[in-house]
Structures are given as structure tokens and as C-alpha cells.
Design a protein around this ligand. Structure first.
Ligand code: OSB
Ligand code: MG
Length: 368
């Protein structure tokens, strides 16, 4: 497509309830929405950075700066660009994968809309709906956690993930197991532990968890391999898997036996598919992670999660799990524990422009 301009917005979306992880609490989702203006029409993407660099080194205003100063001008310099070329054009710029992913998604959406082809078809989806898991934040106490999990099970979610941190791990997990028995359950530490905690983490083995997600730091591949040898619970990596190369390294080192794939973290949906392909070839199950996406990223995640190697339920929950009002006209909804894979052109969503305006706190258009 021929790109004429890119519109960036920062949105502040209120959350239906605060979301607490080992690295902090959010009440409002701050997110960047990207609109690619092309000769074939508009395309949409989102940059999944958060307000502060706590999950990864990227953060909203860092992404905003690198997009307007470097990434968007590099794309606008070209007479035309295909979605497949975006990563190549942006590759001289080190890192900033979430920013790159948002931009690539918007270009891919525009290109696929112009062709009348869906994201799902383009990525290689083999299902028309995917099982929906939910990520449950750390609550005031284990009783409040049991209440929250009970509510999601009543809604029909197919798998529960609870966030853990030191002091809120074995007790919280035991409370959920005691209350609900053998539900599909997994935990996510968001890098809150070190190898010195191996014995404590081995205590989680008795809960028959699907997996433990990212117990150690982003760059602790070797320590994750050491830890994995000491646990019966499968080790899954999230933060560490920043690229297909990182995934290949983790597999070679036996640092993970499951991979959480998030398009934002790895630089886009095309790199996400490459990670899916190499994990599938190596026999590792993968699942689709989430970053509290709006309806834009949520639609793309549902398409990605429909690829054949996504054999575990992802954090592809209904929009209502986080937001009372989404910025798309038909938010992702839960039905029989599943969400539908969109089939319309591109992402298969329509922007709710009134909602988009309502939540916009900053805007800039970078033109050729
Ligand atoms: O580690 O998976 C994570 C949200 C923000 C940052 C990191 C993570 C999460 C989640 C939420 O767990 C997943 C979702 O969007 O439902
Ligand atoms: Mg995680």
C-alpha cells in the first residue's frame, strides 16, 4: 500500500476493576491507537505498551517518541510498503517491538481490507472460534481471589490464570484449588522470583497447574532452564520471548516447555506466526497472551489464537473483562467459553469513532 500519513492517539480507557500484577496496579489502560492512512483506505493497530516500563522496557511515551521521530518517518520515506516489508524497513532501529507491532498491524489491516481478506485467513487460522481463558489479578486476600475466580467461572471462562508474587503464591493457589477443584488453572509470576526461590516454586507442583509463566527475569534463560529441571510444573515463558530467535534459544536451552505468544512483545503478528511455526515444529504447545487490548488487538489475537499450534486456551477474554465500553462497534464477546474469530476484511472490526474520541487524550498525525 501507499502510506500517506499515520495518526497516533493516546487513549485512557477506564478498567472495570483494578488489575494488579507482581509489578503494579492499573486502574486505567493507557494505550496508543495507530491509524494508517493509505491509498487503499485506513488500517488500525494498537501499541500495547503501558504507562510505565514495568512489564518490559517499553512504555507509552517512549513508544510515542520513537514512532513519531523514527519509525513512521522511515515508512513514509518509501513510495509504497507491504506489511511484510514493514519489519525489514524498521529493522535498523533496535528494540521498540511493541511500537513496531502497532505500526505493522495498522499497515497489514489496511492492506488486507483493500484485498477483502481477513487477518485469520492471512495468518493461517484453522478454527472459527477459540477457547477463552482469563487472567485474574492479585486481589486484596485469597477470599477475594476466590470470589473473583468464581465470577469468571460462572461466565464460562475455559481456563483461569492467577497472578502470583512472593507472599501471594502457594496460599492463593491453594485457595483457588480448594474452592473449585480440578479446573484448568495456571499461574503467572511476571518475573517476581529468582533461582533462590526454586524450593518455594516447587511447592506449587502439588496443584497440578497447566504451567507456571515467567517466574524469573526477562534475560534469565539459563536460570529458567535450571529451574525447569527442578519443577514438575511446566515452565512457560512470556517476557523472555522477544523474538523468534529468543524462542529458538529458549527451546535449545530447554528453558521453556510452553510459550506464551504476544504479538506486541515480539514486534508484530507476522513474527508471532514465525514463533508459532518454530514451536510447532519443535513440539511445544503455545497459547496467545494478552496485554489488555482494545477491540483492535483483541480481534487480531482471536485470529492468531486460531492457528493450529495454539493448543492451550489463551488470555483472549471478552472485552467486558476489562472495559465497560470498547472502541469498536462489536466488542469481542464470550459464548460457551469461546470467542469468535472475526471473518470480515482485515481485522474484521469497525471503529466506534464516538468512543475513540471520548477516550483520546493526545493526538498527532505524521504525514509524508
Ligand atoms: O504477563 O500476561 C501478562 C497484562 C499486562 C501485562 C502482562 C500480562 C498481562 C496479563 C493480562 O496477564 C492478559 C490479558 O490481556 O487478559
Ligand atoms: Mg505473563
Amino acid at each position: 500500500v501507499r502510506l500517506s500519513a499515520v495518526e497516533l492517539r493516546v487513549l485512557h480507557l477506564p478498567l472495570v476493576s483494578p488489575f494488579t500484577t507482581s509489578f503494579g496496579t492499573e486502574d486505567v489502560r493507557e494505550v496508543i491507537v495507530v491509524r494508517a492512512l493509505t491509498d487503499g483506505g485506513d488500517g488500525w493497530g494498537e501499541v500495547v505498551t503501558q504507562h510505565a516500563p514495568l512489564y518490559s522496557s517499553e512504555y507509552t511515551h517512549g513508544a510515542w517518541d520513537v514512532l513519531r521521530r523514527w519509525l513512521i518517518p522511515a515508512l513514509l520515506e518509501r513510495p509504497a510498503v507491504s506489511a511484510e516489508e514493514v519489519a525489514v524497513v524498521l529493522s535498523p532501529f533496535v528494540g521498540h517491538r511493541m511500537a513496531k507491532a502497532g505500526l505493522e498491524t495498522a499497515v497489514l489491516d489496511a492492506a488486507l481490507r483493500a484485498e477483502g481478506r481477513s487477518f485469520a485467513a492471512h495468518l493461517g487460522a484453522v478454527r472459527d472460534r477459540v477457547p477463552s481463558g482469563v487472567s485474574v489479578g492479585i486481589q486484596r486476600d485469597p477470599a477475594a481471589l476466590v470470589d473473583a475466580v468464581g465470577g469468571y467461572l460462572d461466565e464460562g471462562y475455559a481456563r483461569i490464570k492467577i497472578k502470583i508474587k512472593p507472599g501471594r503464591d502457594v496460599g492463593d493457589t491453594a485457595a483457588v484449588r480448594d474452592a473449585f477443584g480440578t479446573i484448568p488453572l495456571q499461574v503467572d509470576a511476571n518475573s517476581a522470583y529468582t533461582l533462590a526461590d526454586a524450593e518455594l516454586l516447587a511447592d506449587l507442583d502439588r496443584f497440578d497447574l497447566l504451567l507456571i509463566e515467567q517466574p524469573l527475569q526477562e534475560d534469565d534463560l539459563v536460570d529458567h532452564a535450571t529451574l525447569a529441571r527442578r519443577l514438575r510444573t511446566p515452565v512457560c515463558l512470556d517476557e523472555s520471548i522477544v523474538s523468534a530467535k529468543a524462542a529458538a534459544d529458549a527451546i535449545a536451552l530447554r528453558a521453556a516447555s510452553v510459550v506464551n505468544i504476544k504479538a506486541g512483545r515480539v514486534g508484530g503478528y507476522l513474527e508471532a506466526v514465525a514463533i508459532h511455526d518454530l514451536c510447532r515444529a519443535a513440539g511445544l504447545p503455545v497459547w496467545c497472551g494478552g496485554m489488555l487490548e482494545t477491540g483492535i488487538g483483541r480481534a487480531a489475537n482471536a485470529a492468531l489464537a486460531a492457528l493450529p499450534g495454539f493448543t492451550l486456551p489463551g488470555d483472549v477474554s471478552a472485552s467486558s473483562r476489562f472495559y465497560a465500553r470498547d472502541i469498536v462497534t462489536e466488542p469481542i464477546a464470550l459464548k460457551d467459553g469461546h470467542v469468535r474469530v472475526p471473518t470480515g476484511p482485515g481485522l474484521g472490526i469497525e471503529i466506534d469513532h464516538e468512543a475513540l474520541e471520548q477516550f483520546t487524550v493526545q493526538r498527532e498525525t505524521i504525514a509524508r
